[in-house]
Write a protein that binds this ligand. Sequence first.
Ligand code: HEM
Length: 176
Amino acid sequence: MELDAIMIQVNNNYDKFLSNFIELSGQLIYLHATLCESLRLYPGLVYNHKSPTEPDILPSGHEVNPNTEIIINMYVMGRMKSIWGENCNEFKPERWITEGGTIKLEPSYKFSVFGSGPRYCLGKQMAFTQMKIIAAVIIHHYNIETVQENYPVLDLSILLRMKNGFKVKIGRRSQN
Ligand code: HEM
């Protein structure tokens, strides 16, 4: 079944689906952790830039003024040992889960893919709900296998894209 068809199926009873899903999505801890980990290594927005409104000195000692453009590179930050530890290059959703089984909340100045401060992304919760709906519907209907030889080639721009996509084999999951 095409993704469009799945979404039509979802849309047919959308209100009920959404209210059930929002209730359930708070419990989809491992999926939430997986999405955070994907965004840590592959942030949708690669970098952001900010300028101070008045002259200031950063904690690093750098002097900045309103003409200074500070580039915050989320792609690089997501792969820094000093921020994420020795295993920073490993895809490890478990790093987002506390011993008590809840999602570990990281400060936005560490996990900056949604920005930080007063212009923080207003759609973060909605983005997680949408990503969870899409992932849950696809995983429910299909088995997905990566095609091993095909590694994504990143297309460097302000938005992170893959040059040739990411090829996978898709098979219908049997519905019992
Ligand atoms: C994974 C998905 C998303 C990512 C990675 C993301 C990331 C970001 C980032 C980095 C910013 C800039 C924050 C800053 O400058 O400090 C931003 C701003 C914003 N985002 Fe998102 N976003 C996502 C999804 C969404 C969605 C689904 C919506 C709306 C439903 C949304 C609405 C906004 C708005 C309105 C702002 C501007 C906030 C302001 O300037 O005050 N975002 N987002």
